[in-house]
Write a protein that binds this ligand. Structure first.
Ligand code: SF4
Ligand code: SF4
Length: 447
């Protein structure tokens, strides 16, 4: 059960988040120089080809929920890469001397304008790339733009504030080891075994500030499933936070440091598997970007909890009671899990095992529409109307299925759904995948 009062407090805290940011005092020349340095550094061969390959066909606009929700041409996906493109054409393309005659150099005003474009109107969902005839990876270019803006001190204040907190105190929204310990004690008081700081374990479970503050039932559910499977597992207070505000804000050194905390803890306990909570961006942050200090791949498996649960059901190790007959469920694929990570079949295996009337959205899976709140956009106050315009597409898609419940496996999506449902008085139930599965464990509802 979500405590609505806590959700309200959380929303109120987000409204004041930007006030905690400490923007760096830089001159315009310094901002420009820093942003351009990152653009140059990050424009490798693949990105250079992407920047030169666009044929302005406009297909990507059809795929982007921000463009579709507003019909505003400034939100055309390929336009979000214009500054990168201009710097590349003028400085490093084969015809740079000619481009310098016709292509205007970028300015700090451009950087300010693009801040809203690449943070507020791009969730890095990757849907545009699915339809681009040239295969252009716009989400990656947008991520490079975020890195350039972050380096220039121009990340949105809300993301800057949380990134500074995570880089400095190591907490997110004030949640550190002491708050985790309190949550663990509260769950233990409910009779759920939650190992904390075990020196050795096969499985390291990672959680997130959102679960600690709002969705403790999701953490409890994961614990109950791991206990039911008889696994040796633990949370680690020195490395439990899946949320990576380095990735979201564009601060690469923080992104690596936040992942390193998790990696170091997993190595210290000899974990063979790290299970990530219901958190979309945690998946690319650790699974795709995570590396050992020497650059080698991680020596353990990284799984999203929805992926883990689906696999366990598929191979027969986890059996649940089908107890939800007659209920009509649909599933929202989090972009970072499905489109970027290929986690498509496993959540569906789990939902079908619930015995429900499962209805796919159209389109679905890797072409499913983004909810509009990912990649930190949920935290940017001024982006609320844009998020809502994007959400309308998602809402129509879900309503067309006739489902009474939409299942999610990402806390950010869940928050965005909850916010939009509150605004629209939307009656559809929003449910966590892992919580639904834990409810159907065959025995001992709490152990
Ligand atoms: S779909 Fe691809 S080629 Fe067409 S406008 Fe968009 S980025 Fe350019
Ligand atoms: S990655 Fe997603 S949000 Fe960003 S421009 Fe492409 S479709 Fe739009």
């Amino acid at each position: 059960m979500i405590d609505q009062a806590v959700f309200k407090q959380f929303q109120e805290a987000i409204r004041h988040l930007g006030e905690m940011a400490r923007p760096e005092k830089l001159t315009d020349a310094e901002r420009l120089s820093r942003a351009k340095a990152v653009m140059r550094l990050k424009t490798d061969r693949a990105l250079a080809m992407d920047l030169e390959a666009c044929v302005n066909c406009g297909y990507c606009s059809e795929a982007c929920h921000f463009y579709q929700g507003t019909q505003d041409p400034q939100y055309t996906p390929t336009r979000k890469l214009d500054l990168l493109r201009r710097v590349h054409l003028r400085e490093s393309s084969a015809f740079a001397p000619i481009h310098r005659l016709f292509t205007r150099d970028i300015t700090v005003d451009d950087l300010q304008e693009w801040q809203a474009l690449v943070y507020d109107t791009c969730t890095e969902c990757g849907r545009c790339s699915m339809v681009c005839p040239m295969g252009i990876n716009i989400a990656r270019g947008v991520n490079v733009m975020r890195e350039a803006l972050s380096e220039a001190g121009l990340a949105p204040l809300e993301l800057m504030a949380v990134a500074q907190e995570q880089a400095g105190r190591g907490t997110v929204f004030g949640v550190g080891p002491a708050e985790l310990e309190k949550t663990v004690q509260a769950l233990r008081a409910q009779g759920i075994t939650i190992p904390l700081d075990e020196p050795k374990a096969d499985v390291m479970l990672v959680t997130t500030v959102i679960d600690v503050l709002l969705f403790q039932d999701a953490l409890a559910a994961t614990g109950r499933i791991l206990n039911h499977l008889g696994l040796s597992w633990t949370l680690r207070s020195a490395g439990f936070e899946a949320a990576n505000f380095g990735l979201l804000s564009g601060n690469e050194s923080l992104q690596k440091a936040a992942s390193k905390r998790l990696i170091d803890e997993a190595l210290a306990i000899g974990a063979r598997t790290v299970i990530l909570p219901e958190c979309g961006h945690a998946y690319p942050a650790l699974r795709w970007e995570g590396r050992l200090d020497n650059g080698d791949p991680l020596p353990f498996e990284v799984l999203a909890v929805s992926e883990f649960v689906g696999r366990e059901i598929q191979c027969g190790r986890l059996q649940i009671k089908p107890g939800k007959a007659g209920q009509k469920f649909t599933y929202h694929d989090a972009c970072k899990l499905a489109r970027h990570g290929g986690v498509i079949d496993e959540p569906r295996v789990a939902i079908r095992a619930l015995g429900v009337d499962f209805r796919e959205t159209a389109p679905t899976a890797e072409l499913n529409w983004c909810c509009g709140g990912g990649a930190g956009t949920f935290l940017i106050n001024r982006a609320e109307p844009l998020r809502h315009a994007a959400w309308e597409i998602k809402r129509e898609q879900i309503e067309a299925t006739g489902a009474d419940t939409v299942v999610v496996s990402c806390a950010s999506c869940r928050l965005n759904f909850m916010e939009a449902a509150e605004i629209d008085q939307w009656p559809t139930r929003i449910a966590s995948l892992v919580e639904l599965v834990a409810e159907q464990l065959p025995s001992n509802p709490t152990h």
